[in-house]
Every structure is written in C-alpha cells, then in structure tokens.
Design a protein around this ligand. Structure first.
Ligand SMILES: Nc1ncnc2c1ncn2[C@@H]1O[C@H](COP(=O)(O)OP(=O)(O)OP(=O)(O)O)[C@@H](O)[C@H]1O
Ligand SMILES: [Mg+2]
Length: 494
C-alpha cells in the first residue's frame, strides 16, 4: 500500500555547516578513519597543535555525514566564548533550543535532545575544557542517540572519549635529490602551498626553478596547514625562494591571515599565544627550556634541562605530559621501546622566544651542554675500541646518547660556547660513534665550529680527529668541563 510519501522530495536533514571558502586538500585516509571512529564512539575529539587542521577536518567529515543524522548536524563555535558559563547558551543557540524559565539551560538541552539523532560539532574547546566536559557528560548520559565530534588542542577527559590526533599534511622527505614537480605534487603540503599561492599569483606553478624552495618551505613548516597558508600569503610580495630563506624566523614571517579571522588564526604567533596562555606557570617554564633541544629528547634529558626556578625534577614527567596533552609537544615511541619527544619546528621557535624573554636561555643551554657532556663521558670507554667499531655503522641502542642533539644547526653553536675543548671533543666523538658519522668527523665537517675539535696541525684528517680524541685524556683530571648534574643523576639511576 502506498503511503504517498514516495513522491515527497527528499530533503537533506537540517544543518548549520558553513559552505567552504577555500579548496580542501588531501586527507582522504583521515576522513575515512574519523568516520570509522565516529561510528564506534559517541565522543570523538580531534586534537593537535594550533592550525593543524582540526576544525577543517571536522567540517569536511560533518559535511559528508549530513545524511546520516536525521535530526541534523550542528556546529557550535566555542573559540569566541570567554566564560565557561556561556557554553550551554552557545549550544542552545546553534540548535535553536529556546531557554525555559526557571530551568537550567543544560537540563533543557538534555531534555530536548533526549530522542534526537544528531551530530554535534563542538569546535575549539581547549580554553573552556571544564565547562564543556560537564555539559558533554550530561548530554551523553541523557541522549543515547547523540554523537559529538569535538576539536580541541587538549582532550576533554570525559569517560568514553576517543582522542584522535590530526597529523600534519604530508611533506617531502629529507633527501639530497631535488624532486621533480610531479613528484612534489604527491605531497599534500606542497599542493596546499601551491593552491593558496595561486590565489596571490595565478601564474605561479611548480617548476624546476622553484621546486626546491617549495619543498623546503613545506618541510620547515612541518606540514602545518595554517603555517603553509600564511607562507603562501607572502607570494606576490616575496619570491618563493625569499620566503624559504626567511623561514629561519617563521613567527615574524607568518602574519598575513584574513582580516575577518580571530587573532589566533591570523598569525602563527597568535595561534601559539592562544595555547601558551593556557599553560600553568611551571608548564610555561618547561616549555621554554625544552626549546634547546633541536632534535628531540627523552624524559631523562627533559629532567636534566627542565629543573630549576621552582620546577622540581619529580614534577617534570607531569609537566611534560601536560605539554603533550595540550599538543605543544609530540611524543613518539622510539625504536627501543622508549618514548621520544619533540616540538614541531615553528613551535620550537616560539618556545625559544619565550625562553629568551624569560632570561633563562644561558642557563638552559648550559644544562643542555652538561647533560650531553655527561652522556659523552659515559660513552667514552667505548670510544677507545678499535677504529672500525668507532667509525662503523650507527650503533643501534645507543641513540639514547643523543650527542646529535647538540650538532648540526647554528642554534646549537650557542650551546657549545659553554663547553671546553675537552667537553666538545667528547660530544662530537660520541655523536660520531652513535650515529655512524665517523667519516664526517674524519673529513673535518662534523667537528667544525667546536672548540678544540680538529685542532691538530693536520686538521681535517681522520688522524687529527683521533689525535683529538686521544688528547682528551682521563675525564677526571682537570678537564674544566662543567660539573655534570646529569652524570650524577644517571649514575644514581642505575
Ligand atoms: N586539508 C586542508 N586543505 C586545505 N586547507 C586546510 C586543510 N587543513 C587545514 N586547512 C586550512 O588551514 C587553516 C588552519 O586549519 P584549522 O583552522 O582547521 O586548524 P585548527 O587545528 O582547527 O586550528 P586551531 O587549533 O587554531 O583551532 C585553515 O585556514 C584551514 O582552512
Ligand atoms: Mg580550530
């Protein structure tokens, strides 16, 4: 029997999703994964550093899912709210739920949504976590067919929540070979840069001439979409090569967002200020100090460098976890089952600014140098072995010694100033041993710029470096090297 309904035009369930203003690049796999997660949980929180694309990804997923929720897909933008008390009101307004006299608005929401099957997108929760978490708790308990997709730099901490870290856009890998334009276009960050740059200069395209500079920009900005858009916004005023050169100070360069956006989206510094302001005082201190690690660090290294000025070693694990939770530090399981931490490069530049502003830079660098010197001293007995074990392959299991963290960039030259020749020789050699870079030491390039390294007459030859090594002498006899808290701690730990 016909109900007559078959002839009614099919209408899309209601929603308040804004139409996209710009093209969306890549993320095919991420969209599928987020949908899969959303099918098995009622609260999914997309987390990640400022500008990593959480909001954009949530909106793309939500647009794909409008048909799946008969009572609609509703976006609540929480970034403009300054008070937690305003959260229920913002949700009610988005859902067009009127306030009832004498009834708390959160109860009204729970009542009205009880039987509705809808998707609620809570966008940018990080500054009002407690208020949002308590409303979410109530709604999930009372409304069995409600699903929530949240975006936040920090998880909400509500029971049943699944946190999903939004990865960076893919970037060209480090390699000596310059990739062709076609090869580069396989990377999402490159496509985003070129698309946004064309908005400024429609004649721009990838060419052998600019390929290296574009790849360099994407790598330096670590695939953070906001940073890439802001870099592309400079096209027209600067050449791609100039942009790449100026990224040494990305915070100064990346300021050209749209006038209608909030400050935190207009500049990279604004995006990071927003996160920084949400840190506790001790988290702020540790965040700045950790910027001395250019190549990542372990918990042990963070403990050595992060203590002081009221920050106790026992608290560093909690503080570091806080920075990971708030998406300012990335944690990754290492090859040896340990965990290594790092900051994305633009975040590290920002943290370094904070360290300099706080007047603690010298002290942090000295602690950093002390720590690596202690590690180099530990490695020293192994450096006395036959040359082929010293200069051979990278020594697996020895990466913990992190000698490399002091090498390679100009930033770290400053750290070296606090080392004596003997200290720096040890670090360079420990590095060579750890990373199998002996040939570079032998060629004179790895030790370049280190006080006392490669200082023999026949500078540059492997023999000279070995002579340096042998000349460092017994570690206890007046090395002048910094007294090492880290060394003491490590021997205590064992
Ligand atoms: N895949 C993508 N394709 C095109 N543009 C993107 C993509 N991902 C992000 N963007 C753009 O990058 C900028 C930053 O993204 P978005 O606002 O989603 O970041 P966010 O992680 O939500 O940042 P915040 O923590 O500040 O809220 C936006 O202009 C967005 O449109
Ligand atoms: Mg956002």
């Amino acid at each position: 029997m016909s109900t007559g309904k078959a002839h009614e035009p099919r209408t899309t369930p209601r929603n308040n999703l804004p139409a996209p203003r710009s093209s969306f690049v890549g993320r095919e796999r991420e969209i599928e994964e987020v949908k899969r997660e959303l099918a098995i949980t009622r609260l999914l929180t997309l987390t990640g550093v400022g500008g990593s694309g959480k909001t954009r990804l949530a909106l793309e997923v939500a647009r794909d899912l409008v048909e799946a929720y008969p009572n609609g897909t509703w976006l609540v933008q929480l970034a403009p709210l300054s008070e937690g008390e305003l959260v229920p009101k913002a949700v009610a307004e988005a859902l067009e739920v009127p306030e009832r006299q004498g009834e708390p608005l959160s109860d009204t929401l729970a009542e009205v949504l009880r039987d509705r099957q809808l998707l609620l997108i809570l966008d940018n929760c990080e500054h009002l976590i407690e208020a949002i978490a308590s409303l979410v708790d109530l709604l999930l308990d009372s409304c069995p067919r409600l699903r929530i997709l949240a975006t936040s730099r920090e998880g909400l901490g509500v029971e049943g929540e699944i946190r999903w870290v939004v990865p960076s856009l893919s970037v060209p890998e480090q390699g000596r070979r310059t990739l062709s334009s076609q090869e580069l276009e396989a990377y999402e960050s490159v496509r985003l840069f070129v698309e946004r740059a064309r908005g400024r200069d429609p004649s721009l395209s990838l060419s052998p001439h600019n390929a290296r500079a574009v790849a360099d920009i994407c790598k330096r900005l670590e695939g953070i979409p906001l940073a890439i858009e802001l870099a592309a916004a400079r096209v027209g005023t600067l050449s791609v090569e100039q942009i790449s050169q100026r990224l040494e100070d990305s915070l100064k360069l990346l300021t050209g967002g749209s006038k209608t956006q909030m400050a935190k989206q207009r500049t990279l510094r604004g995006a990071l200020d927003w996160s920084y302001e949400l840190l506790s005082e001790d988290e702020k201190k540790l965040f700045g100090r950790l910027s001395v690690f250019a190549g990542g660090w372990t918990l042990e290294a963070a403990e050595a460098v992060g203590v002081g000025g009221g920050v106790k070693e026992d608290n560093i694990l909690d503080l570091l976890s806080g920075l990971v939770e708030k998406s300012l530090v990335v944690a990754r399981g290492g090859e040896q089952g340990d965990v290594r931490y790092r900051m994305l490069e633009p975040v590290r530049q920002y943290a370094r600014e904070k360290l300099e502003e706080g007047g603690e830079a010298e002290e942090a660098r000295r602690r950093h140098a002390d720590f690596f010197l202690a590690l180099a001293e530990e490695a020293e007995p192994r450096l006395q072995g036959p040359e082929d074990t010293m200069w051979g392959k990278p020594c697996e299991g020895a990466r913990q010694s992190e000698g490399g963290s002091l090498l390679d960039t100009s930033e770290r030259r400053r750290g070296r100033a606090s080392l004596t020749p003997r200290g720096s020789s040890r670090i360079v050699l420990a590095h060579a041993w750890t990373y199998g870079r002996g040939q570079e030491v032998a060629g004179g390039s790895l030790g370049k710029g280190w006080p006392g390294v490669g200082g023999s007459k026949d500078k540059g030859s492997g023999g000279a470096v070995l002579a340096d090594l042998r000349s460092v002498g017994p570690r206890s006899s007046g090395s002048g090297g910094p007294s090492s808290d880290a060394a003491k701690r490590r021997s205590r730990d064992r």
